[in-house]
Ligand binder design. Structure first.
Ligand code: FCB
Length: 470
C-alpha cells in the first residue's frame, strides 16, 4: 500500500488535488430547472438500469453547504463542478433564469472563501430539452446557442472562476448518445457520428471565443476522455480497428483543438466507416480556426485502457450498455486478461495514464498546454459494515496508484507533458447516468433514501494525504 506521506513528499506543492462532479448527477431540484434530454431519456422504460431519474439524485442543490464542508474538512485544493445549462437557460436560448445563475454565483463565492479553486464545466451532457428537440448536437445551431450561453455565464462568473472547461467528453456524447443510443438522446445513428462530432467541436470553439471576449479572468480548456488502445493481435484488421478507436477517443477532438487540423483517418478502414467520418475529417479552414484557438490547459479524463479486435460484438455490448447499433460497429472491446476490474468492469491500469502522456507529448509537442486530469476514479459495490463504516480499500489502492503516476507526470517524467492536478471522480456516490445508482464512485457514501452522507475510508485517506502535503 502506498503511504500518503510518501505520495505527499512527491507531489509538487502547487499540484491541485480535488474532486469532480457534474450537475445532473448530484443536484436534484429538477423542479427548479428546465428539462434536459436526460430527463426524457430516463423516463423511457428500460433506459436506466435501476429505473431511477435525475430528479433528486443526491439533492446537492439543497445540501450544498454540507457538501462544501466535506471538501473543506478534507483539505481539498480544487473542485470541478458543472453548470446546468437548463437551470441557467431553461430553453437553451433566450431567457435566463437568474435564480439558477445565483446558485452557481454563491457556490463560486463559497469555494473561494474556503480557499478551494473553482473549475466550472459549461457542458456536462445536460442539453436543454427544447434544443434536443430541434436536433441537439446533430445541428450546427446548437453550437451557436452554446456560445451564447457561455457568454452569459462568463459575464456573471468570469471574475471568479479559476478554470473553465467548455465541453466534457464530447466523444462519449457522440458515441453513447447519438451513435449507440445507450445515453441521452438515445439515438442509434452511427451514420451521424461525424457531423455530431463536428458540431460539438464548433460548440467548443464558440464557447472558448465567447469566454475570451467577455473576457473571463480564468483559464480556458476542454476535457476529453483518453484511452490507450491496443490491438488484440498484430493482424492488419485488428490494427486498423485499434486505429479507429484511437481516432475516435484520442484524436477526433484533440487534433482539431490542439493542432488546428482534421485528424488523419487511420489506414485500412472499411469504406463505409471512412464515409461516416467525412464530416469531421474534412472541416473547413474557417471552422478549424474557430475550434483551435489557443487553450490555457487541457483536461484529461483517464479511466482505462482499451483492447480492441475487428468485428462487432455479437451481443452488441459496449462499456456503457447493450445496443443494437453496436452490432454494426466494425470492432469490439475485449476484457483484458489478468487485469483486475472495478465494479463497472473497467480494467484498473494506472500505467495507461503514463502511456497516454507519452502519446500526447509525442503527438502534440509544444502545442500541448499544461494538462489537468479532470477525472479519474473507480466504482466499487461498497456497502456500510455493521458499525456503519465503509472500508473501501480497493478505491484507496486505485487512487494511490493513479496519484503515484500523476506525481511522476507532475515532476517531469514525460518531457512535454506538464501535469498540474488531479480531480478524483467523485465526491459523492451519485446518479451514474444509465447505470442509475448502481455504480458508486464516491469517496463519500450517500444513502439515497435518507440522503445521509458517510465519508468512506478513501475520504479519510485523501484527508491524510492533504494534511501530509501541508
Ligand atoms: C465519465 C463522465 C462522468 C462519470 C464518469 C464515471 O465519463 O464524465 O460524468 O460518469 O465517467
Amino acid at each position: 500500500m502506498i503511504d500518503p506521506q510518501d505520495l505527499a513528499n512527491r507531489l509538487p506543492g502547487d499540484f491541485v488535488l480535488g474532486t469532480a462532479t457534474a450537475a445532473l448527477q448530484i443536484e436534484g431540484a429538477a423542479d427548479q430547472r428546465g428539462r434536459c434530454g436526460w430527463d426524457d431519456f430516463a423516463d423511457q422504460p428500460g433506459r436506466i438500469v435501476d429505473g431511477t431519474t435525475p430528479a433528486v439524485t443526491t439533492d446537492h442543490f439543497h445540501r450544498v453547504e454540507e457538501d462544501l464542508e466535506l471538501m473543506r474538512a478534507a483539505g481539498l485544493d480544487g473542485y470541478r463542478f458543472s453548470l446546468s445549462w437548463p437551470r441557467i437557460q431553461p430553453d437553451g436560448s433566450g431567457r435566463v433564469d437568474e435564480a439558477g445563475l445565483d446558485f452557481y454565483d454563491r457556490l463560486v463565492d463559497r469555494l473561494l472563501e474556503l480557499d478551494i479553486r473553482p473549475m466550472a464545466t459549461l457542458y456536462h451532457w445536460d442539453t436543454p430539452l427544447p434544443l434536443e428537440a430541434q436536433g441537439g448536437w446533430k445541428v450546427r445551431s446548437t453550437a451557436e446557442r452554446f456560445g451564447e450561453y457561455a457568454a452569459l455565464v462568463g459575464q456573471r462568473l468570469g471574475d471568479r472562476v479559476a478554470d473553465w472547461v467548455t465541453i466534457n467528453e464530447a466523444a462519449t456524447v457522440v458515441m453513447n448518445g447519438y451513435g449507440l443510443g445507450v445515453h441521452s438522446p438515445g439515438e442509434e445513428q452511427l451514420c451521424r457520428a461525424g457531423s455530431v462530432a463536428r458540431n460539438m467541436l464548433l460548440g467548443h470553439g464558440h464557447a472558448a471565443r465567447a469566454l475570451r471576449s467577455v473576457p473571463v479572468r480564468g483559464r480556458i480548456g476542454i476535457t476529453n476522455a483518453h484511452t490507450p488502445v491496443t490491438a488484440e493481435t498484430d493482424s492488419k484488421k485488428d490494427r486498423a480497428m485499434a486505429g479507429l478507436l484511437d481516432f475516435v477517443h484520442n484524436r477526433l477532438f484533440a487534433d482539431p483543438v490542439l493542432l488546428g487540423r482534421s485528424p488523419e483517418l487511420p489506414k485500412g478502414l472499411p469504406l463505409p466507416t471512412q464515409v461516416l467520418l467525412k464530416a469531421v475529417s474534412r472541416m473547413s479552414r474557417k471552422d478549424l480556426d474557430l475550434v483551435s484557438q489557443p487553450l490555457d490547459f487541457y483536461g484529461l479524463n483517464y479511466y482505462f485502457p482499451s483492447l480492441v479486435a475487428a468485428g462487432a460484438d455479437p451481443d452488441g455490448m459496449s462499456p456503457d450498455g447493450e445496443s443494437e447499433a453496436a452490432k454494426d460497429l466494425p470492432f469490439r472491446l475485449l476484457d483484458w486478461p489478468d487485469i483486475p476490474q472495478t465494479g463497472f468492469g473497467w480494467p484498473i491500469a494506472p500505467d495507461g495514464l503514463r502511456r497516454i502522456a507519452e502519446e500526447m507529448a509525442a503527438r502534440y509537442g509544444r502545442r500541448l498546454p499544461a494538462v489537468v486530469i479532470t477525472e479519474g476514479g473507480a466504482s466499487f459495490p461498497d456497502e456500510p459494515s455493521a458499525d456503519g463504516s465503509i472500508d473501501d480499500e480497493e478505491r484507496i489502492s486505485y487512487l494511490a496508484r493513479h496519484l503515484d503516476v500523476a506525481a511522476d507526470l507532475a515532476t517531469g517524467a514525460v518531457p512535454g507533458f506538464d501535469l498540474e492536478g488531479y480531480y478524483v471522480w467523485t465526491l459523492l456516490d451519485n446518479w451514474e447516468w444509465a447505470a442509475g445508482f448502481t455504480q458508486r464512485f464516491g469517496v463519500v457514501h450517500v444513502d439515497v433514501e435518507t440522503q445521509e452522507r458517510t465519508p468512506k475510508a478513501s475520504y479519510r485517506w485523501l484527508t491524510r494525504l492533504q494534511a501530509a502535503r501541508r
